[in-house]
Design a protein around this ligand. Structure first.
Ligand code: ASP
Length: 438
């Protein structure tokens, strides 16, 4: 049994948190490869080290003196080193080199990546195991995406030479020979890549919550945790705003069937959530999760005999494409179609889209409306349960909520409903109460 364990920033924000991480690693011999994030927030108003580094980079690129900023960052690490009583270990020289490089040639990704690099060095010293610099084993291609072939080859070879190692998250080597990072939260992606390269049995992702919850706890008080979720269900829910894991962290492990276990560093005994390709475990509820987002706009287009006009839909969508807007949903009627887009993308361009639709598709009318919230009710169990949609609509009708849109994919994995922004929270609560009964 071989496990890759990734620890998020809040799990490594202080010496006290580091000790919890140490105990977790020592409690299970199979936890052999460790992927750390940079130190995160110790309390609500605190600043993540990554943000401090990005600020120092900005100051350096404006030619400002960064000595004080670098001192404050170093203090975060020194506090951890002292708290862990790491004798004969110091990051003094690293800080000298990093500061010099930032002054001479400020590079954003290099600056951001040092949070993980330095934390990785501390972790390796604390655990007494090898440190592998991710810049030597994780590679990006010219487009800025992972260079799969080179990465898995080099990283696989390197890992096969070390029984245990620390591989810092978030960065690798760019095609141009400079350090490159993933997008924010990207240590999750590194963990997934390391799991795949080492052919691990499990990828444990340690954070500060005990996995995914059926609904947002800011809306539903004390929601149930999700024990098992499939990759596809997770994709639906994270698209709708449920976020615990970086979206790109799924792909590397998914293709080789490695399950991800989300665990809580502050409550390691909790089972957490298992993200799996497929499972035949009986679900407690038909619905796995409920998530949603506010602020969508609808563009309602009508034209007599639209249904018979070949190419009409393409022309309408071209209007969105010309304006560089991606659409979310497209429910249609006989002589009508509606395009749902996110307000952020649409608002500034609305008139240009409307005129493009008229120019390209010559409709009878175009009406736009804002203030729509979308809610996704996701569950692999819906396929074999009857009456799910009925229950859902009854729950909303009982609360006097008007459903403005319904979209059920043919996969029967989810039902998406549109309600007015003002009904969003009430709708989610009502759906939760209907399906999550025990
Ligand atoms: N430290 C980086 C960030 O704050 C990456 C990570 O934590 O995963 O985004």
């Amino acid at each position: 049994m071989k496990k890759v364990v990734k620890f998020g920033g809040s799990s490594l924000a202080s010496a006290e948190q580091f000790k919890k991480v140490g105990n977790i690693i020592h409690a299970d011999e199979s936890r052999v490869y460790v992927v750390p994030s940079a130190p995160g927030k110790r309390f609500d108003e605190d600043t993540k080290v990554t943000d401090m580094l990005l600020h120092a980079y900005e100051s350096a690129s404006e030619g400002k003196d960064i000595k004080e900023e670098m001192k404050a960052i170093k203090a975060r690490y020194d506090e951890i080193i002292t708290g862990l009583e790491l004798k004969d270990f110091s990051l003094d020289q690293d800080f000298e080199e990093i500061t010099k490089l930032l002054i001479e040639n400020p590079q954003k990704d290099f600056a951001a990546s040092r949070g993980e690099f330095l934390n990785g060095k501390i972790m390796a010293a604390y655990l007494g195991i090898d440190f592998i610099d991710s810049a030597e084993v994780i590679y990006f291609n010219e487009e800025g995406n992972l260079n799969d072939y080179k990465t898995y080859k080099r990283l696989g070879e390197r890992l096969s030479q070390c029984e245990r190692a620390v591989i810092p998250g978030f960065y690798g080597m760019g095609k141009d020979g400079n350090i490159k990072t993933f997008s924010r939260g990207g240590s999750d992606v590194t963990g997934s890549i390391v799991a795949r390269a080492s052919k691990a049995d499990v990828y444990e992702n340690w954070t500060d919550v005990s996995g995914f919850l059926v609904a947002d706890p800011r809306i539903v008080p004390d929601p149930k945790p999700i024990k098992y979720i499939t990759y596809r269900e997770l994709r639906e829910l994270s698209y709708m705003g449920a976020s615990v894991l970086h979206e790109d962290a799924i792909f590397p492990v998914r293709s080789c069937g490695i399950p991800i276990n989300i665990k809580n560093t502050n409550a390691p005994e909790d089972a957490g959530t298992w993200i799996v390709e497929s499972t035949c475990k009986k679900q407690d509820y038909v619905v796995t999760g409920i998530a949603g987002k506010k602020d969508f706009c609808t563009i309602f287009i009508s034209k007599a005999m639209m249904n018979a006009e070949i190419g009409f839909g393409r022309k309408v969508l071209q209007a969105f494409e010309e304006n560089n807007i991606s659409f979310e949903h497209m429910p249609s009627g006989i002589d009508t179609m509606t395009i749902v887009v996110h307000a952020d993308e649409f608002m500034d361009k609305e008139q240009s889209v409307v005129s493009a639709i008229h120019r390209l598709a010559e409709p009878d009318s175009v009406e736009i409306e804002s203030g729509l919230a979308l809610i996704a009710v996701v569950g692999r169990g819906m396929k074999s349960a009857s009456g799910t949609a009925g229950k859902l609509f009854t729950a909303l009708a009982n609360k006097g909520i008007n459903i403005k849109m319904i979209d059920q994919g043919s996969s029967e994995l989810n039902i998406i409903i549109g309600v007015e922004n003002k009904d969003f929270e009430t709708a989610i609560e009502a759906i939760y109460k209907t399906f999550i009964t025990k």
